[in-house]
Ligand binder design. Sequence first.
Ligand SMILES: Nc1ncnc2c1ncn2[C@@H]1O[C@H](COP(=O)(O)OP(=O)(O)OP(=O)(O)O)[C@@H](O)[C@H]1O
Ligand SMILES: [Mg+2]
Length: 227
Amino acid sequence: MVFVIYLETAYYVTRIVMKKGVFITLEGSDGSGKSVQAGLLIKNLKKLGFNVVHTREPGGTAVAEVLRKILLAPKNKIFPLTELLLYEASRAQHTEEIIRPALNSGKIIICERYSDASVAYQGFGRNMDKNIIFRLNEIATSGLNPDLTIFFDMDIKKGLGRARRRGKDRLENEDFEFHKRVRKGYLWLNKKFSKRIKVIKANDTIENIAKKIFDIVLIKITRIRAN
Ligand SMILES: Nc1ncnc2c1ncn2[C@@H]1O[C@H](COP(=O)(O)OP(=O)(O)OP(=O)(O)O)[C@@H](O)[C@H]1O
Ligand SMILES: [Mg+2]
């Protein structure tokens, strides 16, 4: 009897203390404000006492950061299939080394770019077979999907103008049509996964966008943790 009471108490204490992890990704074209908003969101979440991890793709781990350098260096000539596989390799390492352990220990993960980026950039930007990309994403992440994705939508010319002020990388060097297809890809994903992906108009002030994102994120965290 005493043992049963002990077990029940332990169960309830564990439920209260062990918070559920929440996986949030930020997506959108280059210069749409992901990094700026990730910084603000994390600052606001930490103020409320949340345990937050900030990470990004490609990269996020020592091995994946090496892959990032290869992928983004303008001098590298990389074939579309090589590019896709390098992104997936980086994703596999990043998922196992950072995201899954952080989720299992109940943290909030804010990740700039994830699987959706491969569908948008390689699937739409490079016109590669989307089914193959979905399958590779599934393999690289062992089926892990974000709980919430914020898609920063904005006029491509404005976004590229913003990003180019700090110097172009290999993908930003692509032509305007490529970036138009990438945006189309993100909008297509938004339609397909409308419950997970929330669109934010990125052509607003930094403060207004930060407020909108904070509201969406808090609702999501509360819902997940209430269950
Ligand atoms: N709402 C905004 N209004 C005006 N300028 C902004 C806004 N958000 C971000 N910026 C500026 O635009 C530039 C690009 O922003 P940021 O680096 O956050 O974009 P990003 O989406 O992370 O780009 P990338 O995909 O290339 O990493 C920065 O100089 C930033 O200060
Ligand atoms: Mg960035």
